[in-house]
Design a protein around this ligand. Structure first.
Ligand code: SF4
Length: 329
């Protein structure tokens, strides 16, 4: 805690114990790096667009997804709005300070509830995330895989034992930041680590071997063929299907047979869950093609620089960026 008081970083949500700001930052940081959330301005833009629970509760879903565009895992944005509606309607616009209620909000797990309680209200609530797991597993030289139920129980118990009643906000910030900045995954900075004297992995020379993970499921390869169709400066997009991507738009997918008549202009790989997808982009240079039969729903949108397109998934935004760079839009 002394180390953090002297060296801790100054994130915008740390200057601001507004529970709403803390809640938003935790939702954004669930699967996204701090550098992206801050460096690309997501947090500040979101707070400008929806500065309060009430503003978020009243927003249109399209506006919300547009602000979230590029962060991925769009259910986090939808859940944020559902939580805002509950806070506004059931709790008069004030987030209650108890664990049970916070845990009952959509998208909130044990980590987020602990983070919100300690960062927003300075309440004693343990938190365990990937950074904390790395620090703990090295401190106690835990050589088993850390991604098991038993290990989770152990680390949550340890967090509960270590979290002090006095200044839990400082303690939780400190232990996480230690993992982010000092106890790095590879080549940790043990020489300047404030807890080095208690670290078993360090004294045993086992730092690089810990933490261990279970063997990952194999990555599956997949091809995705999409059509880039441009007419008079307008591009054809269609709505995503499936509940997780509802509200987002994309380039229409076409079959291998339909793409035979078309011209490939671009291809790149992107990862999603356990897939590595090769996205292949085609344009139609001929007069007609069988692809048109495959594309039913969708619409034409102005595609130039600065145009307001509907919220698009990251790979399709990348296609648009690349086509723009190549002068094809
Ligand atoms: Fe991590 Fe090294 Fe500190 Fe141990 S001494 S907690 S391995 S940085």
């Amino acid at each position: 805690m002394d180390w953090f008081r002297a060296e801790g970083r100054d994130y915008p949500w740390r200057n601001n114990a507004d529970p709403y700001a803390v809640f938003v930052s935790e939702a954004m940081l669930q699967q996204t790096q701090i550098a992206t959330v801050l460096g690309k301005g997501y947090f500040s833009r979101w707070m400008r667009a929806f500065p309060t629970w009430e503003a978020l509760a009243a927003a249109e879903e399209t506006e919300i997804l547009k602000e979230w565009e590029g962060l991925g895992y769009y259910n986090r944005a939808r859940n944020l709005q559902k939580a805002a509606k509950r806070v506004t309607e059931e709790f008069g616009g004030r987030l209650p300070e108890d664990l049970e209620t916070i845990l009952s909000l959509p998208g909130v797990g044990r980590y987020t509830a602990g983070a919100v309680l300690s960062f927003a209200f300075n309440r004693r609530a343990p938190i365990v995330d990937g950074n904390v797991v790395r620090v703990f597993s090295r401190l106690i030289s835990y050589s088993e895989p850390v991604d098991t139920t038993g290990a989770a129980r152990l680390f949550w118990g340890l967090a509960d034992d270590l979290t002090p009643g006095d200044e839990p906000r400082i303690y939780n910030s400190a232990i996480m930041e230690l993992g982010q900045r000092i106890c790095l995954r590879s080549s940790p900075e043990c020489g300047i680590c404030p807890v080095q004297v208690w670290c078993l992995a360090h004294s045993q020379g086992a730092v690089e071997a810990i933490p261990q993970k279970k063997r990952r499921a194999e990555t599956l390869l997949r091809e995705e063929r999409v059509l880039f169709s441009l007419r008079e400066g307008r591009i054809f997009l269609c709505p995503e299907t499936g509940s997780r991507r509802k509200g987002l738009w994309r380039l229409p997918e076409i079959s291998g047979a339909a793409s035979e008549d078309l011209v490939e202009v671009l291809r790149f790989d992107y990862p999603i869950t356990r897939y590595r997808v090769t996205l292949i982009v085609f344009i139609n240079e001929g007069a007609s093609s069988s692809f048109e039969k495959e594309i039913s729903e969708g619409g034409w949108f102005a595609a130039g620089e600065g145009e307001m397109l509907p919220p698009l998934g990251s790979p399709y935004r990348k296609v648009l960026r690349m086509m723009l760079l190549r002068g094809m839009i």
